[in-house]
Design a binder for this molecule. Sequence first.
Ligand code: SDX
Length: 392
Amino acid sequence: LSGAITLDRGYKNSGSCLSEITFLDGEEGILRYRGYSIEELAEKAHFLEVSYLLIFGELPTAEQLKQYETDIRKYTLVNEEMKNIIDGFPKTAHPMGVLSALTSALTAFNPKAVNPDNPKELYESVCKIMGKFLVIATWTYRKTMGYPLNYYDNTKGYVENFMNLMFHLPTEPYKANPIIVDALDKLFILHADHEQNCSTSTVRMVGSSHAGLFASISAGASALWGPLHGGANQAVLEMLEEIHAHGGDTEKYLAKAKDKDDPFRLMGFGHRVYKNFDPRAKIIKKAADEVLSTLGVDDPILEIAKKLEAAALVDEYFVSRKLYPNVDFYSGIIYRALGIPTDMFTVMFAIGRLPGWIAQWKEMRINKEPIGRPRQIYTGHAFRGFVPVDKR
Ligand code: SDX
């Protein structure tokens, strides 16, 4: 290979940075945020508390958490002119495209570049994006449905507000169901960070040019949208519904997934790092059972997912490639039970991942990481002279 450059497509074997935020062990299936296990945080913490841990490095005291919630509430009002932007989208626009555009548009209303070395400025921009991202994420759904856009209710909690922003109607006030709020809180925690995945690496890359926090988050949302990444949770549900429509014939779809001539992949299976069970998938699978039975939802899709998982876990093709269910395999089943529409599933992932993107952007800037600029191995033409058009 030319010079000192080594080719590592997809950065499968490259480390891009030093980081203190999230620890992943793909062989053992371990995931920790700032040293705390995902199992303990999902069980004992709340999403905003975990967002504080990821972004500022420590679990907040009761006082710090209360102040953080109060400070986020200062910024939950989104500039009314943002409605002109969302009105420009057709109802058929995918919510992830709208979310990415609106997030970038926030820069227009907050033009002052954030100096990450100024703790006060940085803290204020963290509270701004935490407050406004949730609201604009729900506006994408409300717009599709032709519903009036809701406002954050500063008397309610963060996760309860999500459901209120999504489903409150002037004709039918939304009444929070604590089971749903608790399930969502847990799901958001499980999605909150995952070291240098595709969308987080995108946030770091964009931010490394000193582009603003909102612009970097907007880029991360676009990367997450892809079906190989966060878009997989929507693709899993569409796959399971297709299997259901074909009489639940899981064997046929397993065969398709193994057929190299067939582009079909078993969505929600496999992972670049986890070569064992994704610890999040284990927790979400358990939560799916609990939430559906508590809500009295009997979803045949859940049974198909379990049948598919059981078959894949003993199938040589999947076992030899260490392909296990990942975070996206069961999450959509819970979202569906909570009344979230399928094309909003990746938006749910983005809401959960927001604190991780913020934490990683902050660390990248405070560590003064250099601008990202990888090299390549050139395989194109050697030098050749220009040929005038009348001679071609
Ligand atoms: C997320 O990185 C993160 O941390 C991401 C994430 C996060 O929290 O940010 O965890 C969230 O994105 C989870 C992944 C969601 N994506 C999917 O569920 C889509 C289906 N999965 C695959 O496309 C795939 O497994 C990836 C993209 C997740 C990982 O791809 P890799 O690491 O590049 O692996 P690969 O494509 O090189 O696959 C290795 C082999 C290949 O077969 P061979 O060429 O060796 O014969 O495994 C096969 C692949 O064909 N394979 C699959 C498969 N996944 C891999 N075959 C069938 N079905 C699949 N799902």
